[in-house]
Design a protein around this ligand. Structure first.
Ligand SMILES: C[S@@+](CC[C@H](N)C(=O)[O-])C[C@H]1O[C@@H](n2cnc3c(N)ncnc32)[C@H](O)[C@@H]1O
Length: 528
């Protein structure tokens, strides 16, 4: 497939029937006549002035991300629709946007070698355009002349003629070496942490945190390379047919394949999710398989000493935007249980409501409020919940492949306030957990401080809790899952999924059960 703009660039290149000459008759274009360069050497002034819509789309998303702190996955579909991109151009714009965002660390390191001033002194729009050019040159199969010509046209069109000469000159330097040559030049010792940070385009503190996470969860430290690579691969769309509501057959007939791990799941590589049968109706939902497994494991975990005379009450304490709530509500509806979905942010609470529209109304209700005050609404023991999900706000280090810009936004200093909030939300949840009820703690992060340390601390603070076997609960809903890949020897009761092993987000799950009143507490240190 010829990338957008590549044919155009080729046409403008040959329109004059041979190399261009300057007013003295000197050849301006040595790239066409068999020299090593593929790009046009024509002066920028003579190039096309308009940006092609696919590249313009990617540029607009990068601008929104760096200027307005926008989320690429939310802005990109809007810009694709605005520019009426067909499927091919939409695919190109998606790869260009996400690739440039994920690869930003590597591309900035390369650009820094090619610019005669610190990158921070470049205008932000120019830097974004350079990143797009660099990704086309080094990360996509776009011919060098097309990458250059189209990026310069984009700059002329969107920023002005002034910086187009700089962009042209810088991208020529970038194009003078291929990706491997750049990697060798920038990282002579490829095994060092700083080299891995550049090679795999992750901030160094995240490389360190992920390596530490692997070791904590019983994985070899060498897997860090696979993990970082998995973060950079475009994720396949994961789908779930809501139990009792969604139908997977038309989804499979539409070109999806059955998901190998989770029941009722499918994987789709064909692009536009909106056209998949059931997605518009909300009975089939886009949801990472790891998320599906954590919700299903909570629903499957055994309660203790319940007589079953009254319907189970379930709580999703941090529900927005509603992915797990929708799956839980559908499971609750099948079992005659009721789910209360709670979310603190009003706009995210509305997203939860939308996510739940396909589920019968009598099976769920919504609360918009701080999860830390949920106990204040409780009136006597009837307010206690039998199954509670605490999918707390976290660093999201486990979902870097799906949120391409997030690795550059997160800071190490984010960790402490997040772990404080996780602890407070967990304590609040324990306060409304019925005796014999099950609490699931989920984090979209493998970071030790957000996972196993939270578990140990919670068990210490609440001796009435026992740790259930989360890997077992997961395997009970996903028989294809190998225990050794989710349970480490030091924390065998907790489950950790990995992008490079399971093709899911790095989701963490711990399950706790409140001992029924009167049952003896056990020393938590012996238990975990
Ligand atoms: C990791 S997300 C939950 C994802 C969700 N379970 C899903 O599957 O779609 C965490 C959510 O917690 C919400 N949140 C943050 N602080 C909260 C609080 N104090 N009480 C309740 N929710 C909170 C955030 O707004 C965010 O929507």
């Amino acid at each position: 497939m010829t990338p957008p703009g590549q044919q155009d660039a080729g046409r403008s290149f040959s329109r004059r029937g041979g190399p261009r000459r300057d007013s003295q008759g000197r050849t301006r274009n040595r790239g066409q006549s068999g020299g090593p360069r593929q790009y046009s050497a024509s002066v920028p002034r003579e190039r096309r002035r308009t940006a092609d819509p696919a590249r313009l789309t990617a540029y607009e998303v990068l601008r929104a991300v760096s200027q307005d702190d926008a989320y690429a996955n939310l802005v990109l579909p809007q810009r694709i629709a605005h520019h009426h991109l067909d499927q091919r151009d939409a695919g190109f714009a998606t790869e260009l946007t996400y690739g440039a965002l994920r690869g930003q660390g590597l591309y900035d390191a390369i650009l820094a070698e090619c610019v005669d001033r610190p990158l921070g002194q470049l205008d932000a729009p120019v830097l974004d355009a350079l990143r797009l050019g660099a990704h086309q040159l080094l990360g996509m199969r776009v011919k060098a002349h097309a990458a250059l010509d189209s990026t310069v046209a984009l700059v002329r069109d969107q920023i002005g003629a002034g910086p187009s000469g700089l962009v042209n000159a810088v991208l020529r330097k970038v194009a003078a070496q291929d990706r491997d040559e750049w990697l060798d030049r920038l990282t002579p010792d490829p095994t060092s942490e700083s080299a891995q940070s550049i090679r795999h385009s992750h901030p160094q503190w995240i490389v360190r945190a992920l390596r530490q996470s692997l070791v904590t969860h019983g994985r070899p430290a060498q897997e860090i390379t696979d993990l970082l690579e998995a973060d950079n691969a475009a994720p396949v769309l994961n789908l779930v047919a809501l139990p009792g509501l969604g139908d997977l057959d038309p989804v499979l007939a539409h070109g999806a394949e059955a998901g190998p791990l989770a029941p009722g799941s499918a994987l789709f590589r064909g692009g536009d999710a909106g056209r998949i049968p059931g997605v518009r109706e909300g009975t089939v939902r886009v949801q990472d398989v790891g998320s599906q497994l954590t919700a299903r494991a909570l629903a499957a975990a055994p309660l203790d000493q319940r007589d079953g005379s009254e319907p189970e009450r379930w709580l999703d304490l941090c529900a927005g935007p509603g992915g797990k709530a929708a799956l839980l509500a559908a499971l609750a509806a099948e079992r005659g249980a009721h789910l209360l979905a709670n979310e603190v942010a009003a706009h995210r609470s509305r997203l939860v409501e939308q996510a739940l529209t396909a589920v019968p109304q009598q099976s769920w209700s919504l609360r918009t409020g701080d999860g830390r005050t949920i106990g204040e609404d409780r009136r006597g023991p009837s307010g206690d919940f039998h199954r509670i999900l605490v999918d707390a706000p976290c660093t999201g280090l486990g979902a870097l492949r799906r949120r391409p810009e997030s690795r550059w936004r997160r800071q190490p200093s984010d960790l402490a306030p997040l772990t404080d909030l996780q602890r407070e939300l967990l304590d609040s949840a324990v306060g409304v957990l019925a005796p014999g009820g099950v609490l699931a703690y989920v984090a979209c992060s493998p970071h030790p401080a957000e996972t196993v340390v939270q578990v140990q601390d919670l068990l210490r603070r609440h001796p009435q809790l026992e740790l259930l076997d989360a890997p077992d609960a997961m395997i009970s809903v996903a028989p294809g899952l190998e225990r050794s890949t989710v349970a480490g020897p030091e924390h065998p009761g907790t489950a950790q999924l990995w992008p490079h092993l399971h093709a899911t987000d790095a989701m963490f799950l711990a399950l706790f059960r409140a001992r029924p009143s009167g049952a003896a507490a056990i020393d938590p240190d012996q238990e975990s």
